[in-house]
Design a protein around this ligand. Structure first.
Ligand SMILES: *Cc1c(COP(=O)(O)O)cnc(C)c1O
Length: 425
């Protein structure tokens, strides 16, 4: 190929394979605090931090310095310091003994979960039970059943019963672990488990000796108002995975954390963890995440997240009070969602092709605020929600702006779809 040969792409075509081949994502030219600036000059209030990754806002000078210092020094101690920082409870926590003892650092939430599955498998291998081959996850139990019309207590019983039935069907002696999100993230829209659900699941796992793995990739790192989301459920997992907020959006970094029980089995057995990635515990990513977490702790941002979360919930409740197509506002901390339905009284969702959630997100974006859309809330196909997950540093005014824009966007979308008679303002 000659050097001066023209590019194979037309000049207006992106060389990046984006999710959509029909439309291009916006170009961000700068970011600072809670705001992004686009190449068309628009300033966007980032009320979802990508996928809830931004915890201290954008463009932080201390994080930048930490990255540069790491590049200069090239030490490998950042991983050790980060792991210690993750395991150290917050001074404000009432949950000092979480029982977690070792941190395995990787590059994404998916990798952290893979590591968790492998580690749980190895745990049983070391214990002389290699016949255990089944992983039970909550997706199946939730399949087709969202909060819907079910009463809370029935919901608990039904779900826990379903898990027990799965254990019985595959055989508890063949089961490696049970995995679930402490607080459901993007798929269901910050949906809490009903009260008593997690203690019941913990008891069920203990009864059968099955490991409990909590996926806190989205809901962890303070997002729900406590460092680990499980602290508010009153249980202790055997394995936890964290991600998104760990690097604050500045670095791709995630982790799997294990307790003494898991570690003990590895120690007594082969004394190794049989797993690895090229970029695991990447020093630069660790240094960045360490600085992010130091800021979170120093500025007591987890505590702030709980406080601001209460404010956000209240603002959303007020703004959407009586709104005809709003089924529920739910969440914890700065992890709040609004679920939409055609008729919330009869639990009738919008049909999928209306793309209600996506329309709300687009209309909100046009008003200068980024929120995270979700579809398939009800059964994986239908159902609409938007998730609001701003940085823990978000101001009162920014929360008010976010909720105002969201409500205005809702009005606009409902107006276009159903005209004035449907608007209960
Ligand atoms: C985002 C997410 C993952 C996957 O993390 P990636 O970094 O995208 O691989 C796993 N679990 C939950 C709950 C998530 O929200």
């Amino acid at each position: 190929m000659k050097n001066n040969e023209p590019s194979p792409l037309p000049s207006n075509e992106s060389a990046v394979l984006h999710r959509s081949l029909k439309s291009l994502p916006h170009n961000v030219t700068s970011a600072s605090g809670s705001y992004l600036t686009l190449d068309n000059g628009c300033k966007i209030l980032d009320a979802c931090g990508g996928a809830a990754v931004a915890v201290i806002g954008h463009g932080n000078a201390e994080v930048m310095h930490a990255a540069v210092a790491q590049m200069r020094e090239y030490t490998t101690s950042a991983a050790e310091r980060l792991a210690k920082c993750i395991l150290e409870p917050l001074p404000s926590s009432t949950y000092f003994d979480h029982g977690l003892t070792k941190v395995y650092l990787v590059g994404s939430g998916s990798e952290a979960n893979d590591a968790a599955l492998k580690c749980a498998k190895q745990y049983w291998f070391e214990q002389g039970e290699p016949q255990r081959k089944v992983y039970v996850t909550r997706e199946q139990a939730y399949h087709g059943g969202t909060i819907g019309a079910m009463s809370i207590s029935a919901f608990v019983n039904r779900l826990v019963l379903e898990i027990e039935q799965v254990f019985e069907r595959v055989g508890a002696k063949n089961t490696i672990s049970f995995s679930g999100e402490s607080v459901s993230g993007a798929a269901l829209g910050s949906m809490l488990a009903p009260q008593g659900y997690w203690p019941a699941v913990r008891a069920l796992c203990d009864k059968h000796g099955i490991l409990l793995h909590l996926d806190e990739v989205m809901c962890g790192m303070g997002r729900t108002g406590t460092y680990f989301a499980f602290e508010q459920e009153g249980i202790k997992p055997d394995i936890v995975t964290i991600g998104k907020g760990l690097g604050g959006g500045f670095a791709p970094i995630s982790a799997m954390i294990v307790n003494d029980k898991v570690l003990g089995a590895l120690r007594r057995g082969t004394s190794s963890f049989n797993h690895g990635h090229t970029f695991q515990a990447h020093a630069m990513c660790c240094a960045i995440a360490l600085q992010v977490q130091r800021i979170v702790k120093r500025q007591q941002l987890v505590e702030r997240c709980a406080e601001m979360g209460d404010k956000l919930a209240k603002l959303l409740d007020e703004a959407f009070h009586g709104a005809k197509h709003v089924a529920e506002r739910r969440g914890r901390g700065l992890f709040q969602s609004v679920e939409f339905m055609l008729d919330p009284r009869t639990k009738t969702p919008f049909s999928k092709d209306i793309e209600f959630g996506a329309k709300i997100q687009l209309a909100t974006f046009d008003l200068g605020v980024a929120v995270y859309p979700g579809a398939g809330t009800v059964d994986g196909v239908v159902g609409d929600h938007v998730l609001v997950a701003p940085p823990y540093t978000v101001s009162d005014e920014e929360l008010e702006l976010t909720v105002k824009a969201l409500r205005k966007a809702y009005n606009e979308v409902v107006w276009v779809l159903f005209r004035a008679q449907d608007l209960k303002l």
